[in-house]
Design a protein around this ligand. Structure first.
Ligand SMILES: [Zn+2]
Length: 688
């Protein structure tokens, strides 16, 4: 629940992000069992009683949930979670050592060790109770009029409380050499704007539970029960009004809808009720222009500020403060209640994660590159980096070839596509230059203060980039994160060390299986540069149309086939996959595996491998597809699945496995499927 100023836009498209690896909240219970990494191709997971032509996901990983039931401290369990658990165990022993270290520690070891130790010190945290929050609560109480809000809201942005709005920095979409300020919608406690309006029993139940949760948190902060209930209603009303003028997750994937560069003076026209110069000064930022991500939101927020009484605004600010504070630095009763709503009710997770696991994550969140530096030195071999680089080069070569074969794209657009492909920067493992944390104070007896200082340190670091040249070596996630991403403004692909582990990359597995696993992931990130969103950015990372109108139209027709295909997948009960929200990820999944396949064929040819001759039970081509299928092994609780489909641009795992092979006749051929069977439909889609 740490709310930091992140890169403002949802333009970074990761491989598997929150849906697999970063389940917040989690207990101790059953999770210890499966903490070993699984091999690249795990035959135990294959359900040989299933028909690969009817449901390949079931065939490739059908035994997983019998062997590895979802632990009570997880809302989902599978590839990403297993690698994350393993990595967490490694980080845990590093942190225990750093925490015990004493005087001989390096400055980074002192910081990660003491941050971890302070987080583990539950007794002190409970003793302090809500006292550490008191200075912030006093600031709210001291507000005399709405005129004093800009200073408070600016300060709140720095400490990670996005009340009413979200202020951050980003690369200028239309001039990627520039770092600019961005003011965006914000201030909601539910996951996304549609949560406030969606009809149906499940949605209504969530809203009722949310209001109860807000009331309980206010009560635990000291409000009388009757007053807390009324205040929770008022907060819900206010947030619903903010949600009404907010943009939904699907719209936010369109870069043109979230880019409105304007002089700061125009803010006064959109929202005259806020003294913007004072807000910017309080945030420590001096600029003459900025991106107003969603101008309608600011207009709506302005009207809402005018019509809401001061007491309600203060109540809302108290709520935003408490819900933005990570549960692990709050007294137990608040931590438990926070988990009850956001973990148990919203995600279906039965138990909170063990304290030490949460403290490992907390240290990664606060000091990702200090922890990452130690992690990489211990865990990431040069051979691993070299093997990944080779794979990346092969797959970029495959894309170059593939572009030549496209019959729907003109020569002119092909030239520009190749120009963009050649400009992609490959970042593997960890940054060349490590972040300097020397100005950040971490104390062994002050968990709350550590969170506050680390959040402000990070937000000031982000905002300090405004007006300076772009650092192309910067990473948006830490080396120990099990994820990967493409960033269209940077035009780079990024693979942290932690994702380059088995089963995704297994040095003992066959080349075929590795091409299906990590090859597909590399292809996925590369294809993001050319999906419905990424294709709008050019080789330099600028939002500029480099397509002929006719080629653009062809692209959209082809993409529309995938929208319809994925729209038909039913995730849970009555909840269908949103083909438009997931289009970029689906395009990357489909294009990515095809690129991996082309690279795999070229590699096998070089090594004179007979692809149709079984090695053990499966031919190399079958192993390639099994590697892909087993990228997605796992199971997700129904509540988490609902949340994922409604907020996450990634399709649920079974559709990531099956959606792609349905579009590759090469799969059907390898497994002897007949045209018309589910995994070999008559109308397959293909964009890339
Ligand atoms: Zn992706």
């Amino acid at each position: 629940m740490i709310k930091q100023v992140v890169t403002a836009m949802l333009v970074v498209s990761a491989l598997c992000a929150a849906s697999l690896a970063q389940t917040p909240g989690d207990g101790k219970a059953a999770a210890e069992k499966a903490v070993e990494l699984l091999p690249g191709l795990d035959k135990r997971l294959i359900d040989t009683t299933a028909d690969p032509c009817a449901d390949f996901f079931k065939y490739a990983c059908g035994n997983f949930s019998k062997l590895y039931p979802i632990p009570n401290d997880r809302s989902a369990y599978g590839t990403g979670a297993i690698v994350a658990d393993y990595t967490e165990r490694v980080l845990h022993s590093m942190l225990e050592k750093a925490a015990a270290g004493g005087a001989g520690r390096t400055p980074n070891e002192q910081k990660i060790g003491d941050n971890y130790a302070a987080c583990m010190d539950v007794e002190t945290i409970n003793q302090w109770g809500l006292k550490p929050l008191q200075p912030e609560l006093d600031r709210i109480a001291a507000l005399k009029s709405k005129d004093a809000l800009p200073e408070l809201l600016g300060h709140f942005q720095l400490i990670g409380v996005n009340a009413f709005l979200n202020f951050s920095e980003q690369q200028d979409f239309k001039d990627a050499r520039k770092q600019i300020a961005a003011v965006d919608q914000g201030g909601l406690g539910l996951p996304e704007r549609d949560y406030y309006f969606r009809e149906g029993e499940a949605a209504e139940k969530t809203r009722t539970q949310y209001v109860q949760h807000v009331a309980l948190m206010l009560k635990l902060m000291g409000e009388a029960e009757s007053k807390a209930a009324g205040n929770a209603q008022a907060i819900m009303q206010l947030e619903t009004a903010l949600a009404k003028v907010s943009m939904d997750v699907t719209s936010r994937r369109d870069p043109n809808k979230i880019y409105h560069l304007m002089p700061v003076s125009e803010l006064a026209t959109l929202a005259p009720g806020v003294a913007w110069e004072r807000f910017l000064t309080a945030s420590g930022v001096h600029v003459s222009e900025l991106n107003v991500v969603n101008p309608d939101f600011l207009k709506g927020m302005n009207a809402l500020l005018a019509s809401t009484d001061m007491e309600t605004i203060k109540t809302y600010l108290r709520w935003q403060l408490i819900t933005s504070t990570p549960g692990y630095v709050l007294p137990k009763a608040l931590d438990d209640e926070n988990f009850d709503f956001y973990g148990r009710k919203l995600r279906g997770q039965p138990e909170q994660r063990a304290r030490y696991k949460r403290c490992v994550q907390a240290t990664d969140a606060a000091l990702g590159e200090a922890l990452g530096q130690v992690y990489v030195a211990q865990e990431f071999s040069p051979a691993n980096k070299q093997a990944t680089l080779q794979m990346v080069n092969d797959i970029e070569g495959a894309m170059d070839q593939d572009i030549d074969t496209l019959d729907w794209m003109s020569a002119a657009t092909k030239v520009r596509a190749k120009e963009k492909l050649r400009a992609v920067a490959d970042k593997i493992g960890y940054p060349d230059h490590w972040r300097d944390y020397s100005a950040l104070t971490i104390m062994r007896d002050d968990a709350f203060g550590n969170v506050l200082r680390a959040t402000e340190f990070e937000n000031r670091r982000q905002l300090a980039k405004i007006g300076k040249p772009v650092d192309r070596g910067e990473w948006l996630i830490s080396p120990s994160t099990v994820d990967a991403y493409y960033n269209p403004s940077m035009n780079d692909i990024n693979f942290p060390a932690a994702i380059l582990q088995s089963p995704l990359y297994d040095s003992h597995a066959s080349d075929a299986s590795n091409y299906g696993h990590v090859g597909g992931i590399v292809g996925h990130e590369l294809t993001h540069g050319f999906d419905d969103e990424g294709r709008q950015f050019d080789a330099n990372g600028n939002l500029a149309d480099w397509w002929t109108p006719e080629d653009g139209k062809h692209f959209e027709e082809k993409a529309d086939c995938e929208v319809k295909e994925y729209n038909n997948f039913v995730a849970v009960d009555d909840v269908e996959v949103n083909g438009k929200l997931t289009l970029g990820e689906n395009t990357a999944d489909n294009g990515g595996l095809r690129l991996a396949y082309i690279a795999f064929l070229a590699d096998a040819k070089k090594k004179s491998i007979d692809l149709t001759k079984a090695q053990g039970r499966y031919t190399p081509i079958q192993q390639f597809f099994l590697g892909h299928g087993q990228d997605w092994f796992g199971e997700t609780r129904p509540e988490q699945l609902r949340l994922q489909v409604q907020t996450d641009p990634h399709s649920p795992r079974q559709f990531r496995a099956n959606g792609v092979v349905q579009n590759m006749p090469e799969f059907g051929k390898a497994f002897g499927c007949k045209t018309g069977e589910p995994m070999m439909p008559v109308n397959a889609c293909r964009v890339w």
